[in-house]
Design a protein around this ligand. Structure first.
Ligand SMILES: Nc1ncnc2c1ncn2[C@@H]1O[C@H](COP(=O)(O)OP(=O)(O)OP(=O)(O)O)[C@@H](O)[C@H]1O
Length: 225
């Protein structure tokens, strides 16, 4: 059983008299410890695919299966829980909360899910240390560089120990040195913590850190390498 499977997924949008096919019979698999890239032109359906895998959008047909469970079978309440516990998102910009320090950015995820244990505190510190931020625990976002902020966002995505990590152009706001660092760190954590990760990127230089590369064109996904 693969950690993540997408089976024959189609998403259409009705636009008056015409229909846009954002995803056209897309299938892919990502196993634990794998990071795959999706490249492709603007408007080809990459964000739509990430949204569907992250249970933020319902496909018109097809399935997303995480740890053998079809997410379309989940009810609204279970879906919210699924998003919180099984999906970690890393976005283009770090989206940190301005009035929380670095450590609290991570602990907020736990506060939302219930309460913060000392094991949670330890885990958060361990993740931040993995990402080279052990000296920045008490800093606020405006006291960090762009690369540091993005590393906090990566640590935060791993904080709920989800099965799946979804990264939507995580290097878009970084210069190329920082971009390499950030993708390498994501890849290392994915392998160390046995996540199934999908990264959408426009930057072909980042593909060296990925196990497979898929190309999206007009809603059709093909394996490139
Ligand atoms: N809510 C919506 N209603 C109608 N059409 C939509 C909607 N969301 C996306 N689309 C269309 O679906 C197609 C795929 O869009 P999507 O955002 O997935 O592309 P993308 O590959 O992520 O693009 P980019 O690289 O520019 O972010 C596009 O034609 C887009 O216009």
């Amino acid at each position: 059983m693969k950690r993540l499977e997408v089976r024959n997924m189609t998403k259409t949008y009705d636009e008056g008299s015409s229909t846009i096919t954002a995803l056209n019979n897309v299938s892919m698999e990502v196993d634990a410890g794998e990071i795959v890239a999706i490249i492709g032109p603007s408007g080809s359906g990459k964000s739509t695919l990430l949204s569907a895998v992250g249970a933020l959008l319902q496909p018109s047909s097809g399935s997303v299966i995480v740890n053998g469970k079809k997410i379309e079978t989940l009810k609204e309440k279970e879906l919210a829980k699924f998003r919180l516990n099984e999906i970690g998102f890393i976005l283009q910009t770090s989206n940190l909360i301005p009035y929380l320090n670095v450590l609290d950015q991570l602990l907020l995820v736990k506060k939302m899910a219930g309460k913060v244990s000392s094991a949670d505190q330890q885990f958060a510190k361990q993740l931040l240390a993995d990402l080279g931020l052990e000296k920045k625990l008490k800093k606020f976002p405006n006291e960090l560089s762009g690369g540091e902020r993005q590393r906090v966002a990566i640590a935060r995505a791993f904080m709920n120990d989800s099965s799946v990590i979804l990264a939507d152009e995580p290097t878009a706001s970084l210069d190329s040195k920082r971009a390499f660092e950030v993708v390498q760190l994501i890849s290392n954590e994915v392998k160390k913590r046995k996540k199934a990760a999908i990264m959408v990127t426009h930057d072909e230089r980042m593909l060296t850190y990925c196990d497979r590369v898929y190309r999206m064109e007009d809603g059709v996904l093909t394996l490139q390498s």
